[in-house]
Design a protein around this ligand. Sequence first.
Ligand SMILES: *Cc1c(COP(=O)(O)O)cnc(C)c1O
Length: 460
Amino acid sequence: MNKKIPVKIYLTEDEMPKSWYNLRADMKQKHEPFLHPGKLVPCTPEDLYPVFCKELVKQELDQENRYIEIPEGIRDFYKMYRPSPLVRAYFLEKLLDTPAEIYYKHEGNNTSGSHKLNSAVAQAYYAKQEGLTSLTTETGAGQWGSALSMACAFYGIDLKVYMVKISSQQKPYRKALMETYGANVIPSPSDTTNVGRKILEENPTTGGSLGCAISEAIEVAVTTDNCRYVLGSVLDHVLLHQSIIGQECKIAMDKYGIKPDIIIGCAGGGSNLGGLIAPFMAGKINGTDDTRIIAVEPSSCPSLTRGKYVYDFGDTGKTTPLMKMYTLGCGFMPSANHAGGLRYHGMSPIISKLYDDGYLEARSVEQTAVFDAAIMFARTEGILPAPESSHAIKVAIDEALECKKTGQKKTILLGMTGTGYFDMTAYIAYNEKTMTDYIPTEADLEQGFASLLDIPQNKQ
Ligand SMILES: *Cc1c(COP(=O)(O)O)cnc(C)c1O
């Protein structure tokens, strides 16, 4: 095809996907079911209803329907900031002097600054449909809390965000953004919940953790009328919503006859990666397509590359259903010097299963190298990338340089998940050369693995 490829490929409103794509329908082997943590039997929908919206439980457990229609109310919101552009990184290619062609899908073009809005909108919409009046959630770095604040403001739902205390102090502007959109942001641990009060009693000066914030948010959801809890990554329904990213890419690339040889995404809980690769996976699973897929994670929190594929809790407080996933153990804490995001101990069950079955590769990278790549990208392509996204940028650059060595002209598609405007503390550390790398020792990992459950399902 000889159509000239523009720097930015957009879709028209008519070309926009009207359904999400449910990758599980095409997976020959499904991932193991959630287990009830007390009974160790698969969770029923009834187990999940007290915590999550009904429609989201239905989507979570749906492994059959390949396409799930995006309700018009959600598509209307999507139109305010989608399609996101698919951009050819001509200037980065030129700097690298590579024969490779690099494309990035830019999800940072909304005020919350990341792809998380794609699922936040859907989750708030269904809550509204079901007549719920409030939602609770946790946020660490603040992107998820920001996205959900925007969505709840739009649909008129009250929102309580439990924000890891240390992060609410380090990122006051993230907190201010959420409050501007009307959310009630509570530094966690707090004295508003039993679990929070207990933790404060034991450790009054703690800076909090994501696990603790999750436990507080769930406690409020299950004890408040017309209130549910929502999660911004890891779960299958979140990956489903994020399939909008991959589908837009596929439609845009098909329009110009472009086929990616390598798809690269960063992996925290696995939602953007799962969404980006979804429509490209079917061919790989049935053997008609040999696109390479690379998941990139930080060396300091290496769940895929050094974790175990076992049943584990989703939170540090050990209150969630058990998920079979690659995990460092729910008690794992990344080292304090880690500024680059992607700190979650586990990984989406879908991504974990695909990895275990050999459909994708995983690579871990150190944060100073990640920021080297971020700066190279910012200075050529203009956009200041989020530290999380920069993990994918780093590996895309490595692959492009490999092409330069071998003279191969490969097409690389990379997930640029968001912008880094609220991450200036990390950029300052990099600029002042106080940023360091930490790779956990075997002993560090053993500490995390010690928090894993000793159950029959984990002994094979
Ligand atoms: C949250 C976040 C991620 C990681 O989450 P996933 O669920 O793995 O996608 C990556 N990039 C940005 C910008 C984020 O905000």
